[in-house]
Write a protein that binds this ligand. Sequence first.
Ligand SMILES: Nc1ncnc2c1ncn2[C@@H]1O[C@H](COP(=O)(O)OP(=O)(O)OP(=O)(O)O)[C@@H](O)[C@H]1O
Length: 302
Amino acid sequence: MNPTTAGDVVSVANLSKRFGQVTAVDDVSFTVRENTIYGLLGRNGAGKTTLMQLLTGQDFATSGTIDVFGASPVENAAVLRNICFIKESQKYPDEFRAKHVFRSAPWFFKNWDAAFAEQLIEEFGVPLNRAMKKLSRGQLSAVGVIVGLASRAPLTFFDEPYLGLDAVARQIFYDRLLSDYAEHPRTVILSTHLIDEVSNLLEHVLVIDHGRIIIDEEADTLRGSATTVAGTRAAVERFTAGRELLHSESIGGLASVTIQGQLNAFERADAAESGLELLPVSLQQLIVRTTNTSAHEFQASA
Ligand SMILES: Nc1ncnc2c1ncn2[C@@H]1O[C@H](COP(=O)(O)OP(=O)(O)OP(=O)(O)O)[C@@H](O)[C@H]1O
């Protein structure tokens, strides 16, 4: 079992979930700190939604243990009242209009801030009197995002909450999340494919690949953990020889290679003398490259 230390809100040990032949979550162990924004990232079918369903007590594990606020979340009202789970395919009662969602939210969330919700309703332009089933895809996502933000639940999950949201609305979401989080710290676990957009929000990154957690790292550490070296093929090959390569591509006599690990001042000077360009690697590039290639090796060195 993963040791639960003070300040952890979630502790997962050897957790697996199988659906027949499919192992959606494969023997994962990790902890989640309180008052931190996590990114749960991974390719389609990697296991993100399944993991969130398990952490929010909406599904049963095949094996392993889940501890949320000190207990199993399954059918545990005391735990669930501290959790808000915003998912892409939220179901509402047939007769529900948007206003009914916001009116009923305070029954479920003790920290519900009605004034904040009203501000967000205005900013996202949600038509309160329209039936939920008649809302556009983006308006439906906006309702979820507003509930997720205004609930101020100590543990909030957003599972790809932006479907249909335009760029302006997504930016409002990110901005309000960050400013409200600064005033009301809580734990947020955000699953998204738009890594570049949320990169600055994330404090900790969990990357899941084929059901396994392959990266569990502070976002700042990850950001500085790889460099792309570009220049003539011969110079790039000499400079990167013996290093762990995350990615390489070449056209004619030019090459660009992404290497794992930080460069020291001597190496940087050497690169400059060799006419090589050193480029930072974004979180998105890093994750695309590690989930494309030898992710398991990467974790070992990270
Ligand atoms: N009820 C189910 N029955 C069978 N297989 C399932 C079930 N739910 C999920 N899976 C499979 O488990 C794997 C993980 O699915 P999951 O929805 O957790 O992925 P995801 O990372 O959320 O993907 P996406 O980014 O596409 O939403 C996939 O291979 C999926 O097909």
